[in-house]
Design a protein around this ligand. Structure first.
Ligand code: CDP
Ligand code: CDP
Length: 228
């Protein structure tokens, strides 16, 4: 792992974090870790058990039984929860609506954070989420805080849904804004830019432009470190 670094990418919903993190990982032959998928998997699990985010004691009681697997595959990452396939389900509107409320629970966060830190021990990881640069990997060599206007972020999500318009663009803007608000206002590791993170507004950037910007930041970092 000589020369490898860790890359932290944070920002609000729809900024392009996961698409870009996956691409950057591919370009550098690094490992991509989607921490949002872990909070989504936990949300799906508690939903199956009929435990609401307000029932914090029950969440903490059942937490030790939760096993999340992120399996890299041909067409993206697959997610299994206690051996059950949940890749599609964790992206449902039902999970979207509740994930930020479970994500406020300290015991759940500390459990997921320690798993995330383990995954990054050997370096060569691109990790995206909300608190990676501030809390999970404060020593990450490259940190990016990715944003875009809320209208652009909602439009991107709307395009992803294509014909299955289960929701209007206006409703998507409201949903995303509400999730951003909960993520920014929570007490434990809220969504915010780390002091040493580079702010990247992707509203008018293409995927190629964003991924090339980050890869060149990484190459510059490694070159400068080698020069001492
Ligand atoms: O893909 P999208 O931006 O919609 O969300 P995500 O990255 O899948 O994350 C879903 C939710 O999980 C976020 O809205 C946060 O509430 C929570 N999350 C978090 O609290 N901390 C992280 N490191 C990642 C996600
Ligand atoms: O992970 P996050 O919620 O930050 O965003 P994402 O799921 O990676 O991106 C949401 C959608 O926006 C994806 O369909 C991306 O292809 C698209 N996107 C884009 O069109 N232009 C960008 N500069 C970034 C993302």
């Amino acid at each position: 792992s000589y020369g490898k670094i860790n890359i932290a990418i944070d920002g609000p919903a729809g900024a392009g974090k996961s698409t870009i993190a996956r691409r950057v990982a591919g370009m550098l032959s690094y490992v991509y870790v989607d921490t949002g998928a872990m909070y989504r998997a936990a949300t799906w699990y508690f939903g199956q058990l009929g435990i609401e985010p307000e029932e914090e004691e029950k969440v903490l009681q059942t937490l030790p039984d939760l096993v999340i697997e992120l399996i890299p595959g041909e067409d993206g990452q697959r997610v299994r929860v206690n051996s059950q396939e949940a890749t599609e389900e964790i992206r449902s509107l039902a999970v979207n609506a509740k994930v930020s409320r479970y994500a406020q629970i300290e015991g759940l966060r500390s459990r997921l954070v320690s798993l995330q830190r383990q995954m990054a021990l050997r370096k060569g990881v691109v990790m995206d989420g909300r608190d990676i640069g501030t809390t999970v990997l404060p020593d990450a060599e490259v940190k990016v805080f990715m944003t875009a206007s809320v209208e652009e972020r909602a439009r991107r999500r709307y395009r992803e849904m294509k014909e299955q318009h289960q929701i209007s663009l206006e409703q998507l803007i409201r949903d995303i804004s509400e999730r951003d608000r909960l993520d920014q206002e929570r007490e434990i590791s809220p969504l915010r830019q780390a002091e040493d993170a580079v702010l990247l507004d992707t509203t008018e950037m293409t995927l190629d432009e964003v991924s090339e910007t980050i890869v060149s930041m990484c190459r510059t970092f490694v070159r400068e470190r080698e020069l001492g």
